[in-house]
Design a binder for this molecule. Sequence first.
Ligand code: SAH
Length: 250
Amino acid sequence: MKGKVYLVGSGPGGLGLLTQRARQVIDQADVVLYDQLPGEEVLATLPEKAEKIDCGKFGGTHTLEQETIEALMIKKAKEGKRVVRLKGGDPFLFGRGGEELEVLREHNIPVELVSGVTSALAVPGAVGIPLTHRKYASQVTIITGHEEPGKPISGLDWENLAKNPGTLVILMGVKNIPVITQNLVSHGKDSETPVAIIERGLRPDQRVTAGTLRTIADLVKLRGVRPPAIIVIGDVVKLYREDGPGLVPF
Ligand code: SAH
């Protein structure tokens, strides 16, 4: 008997944006290897009968190393189990889902991708910020603001990013916001460009901090902004309203 691994995205938070396919495979899982990013509401619904393994990975803290997680998935699948690897948002957008797919393929383990609603799109949306708008932005760039040891974020093409007229969305960028804003401005981006940071989007304690490239790093410090948070930079942020019309979190 051969098992199968499901790389499952849980969406940005809460049960509202968990897909029906995700619900189905989670409910039928023998083993669930979960990150913390899916959030309490989703994690509270993991099936009682399933073996549940906390892989951690939240704001840089790793409970289990990536290699250990991959080895566990392989081992459980080879035992013939239905293994769910549960991640926040979509597994293939900064979720290391691509790496896991490669390893599973190497071991000839059947894999199914269950796409999730990415936070990059849904979290700004939840506070009334569309990533594109005919008046403000015709393109979107999504980058990571996370600095890997030995791989500085200066590895990003800042000149290009600063010139880019569209919306810039940054995941994992809270810690590096001073470097990010500095890099953009020093490469020519207008320091009055609007910026919004949404912490814990679509969760009960969601919070938005809005400013400009010039002010945002200080605001982050002042308000103690913490991950997980999405940073949106560009004129679409002008559409943000504190009481966003018709935008009631579910
Ligand atoms: N695969 C995920 C992203 C994983 S990287 C996705 O598609 O959404 C982790 C980063 O995602 C966090 O540091 C944060 O920038 C962002 N993130 C995920 N969920 C979030 C949420 N509910 N609110 C704010 N940011 C979130």
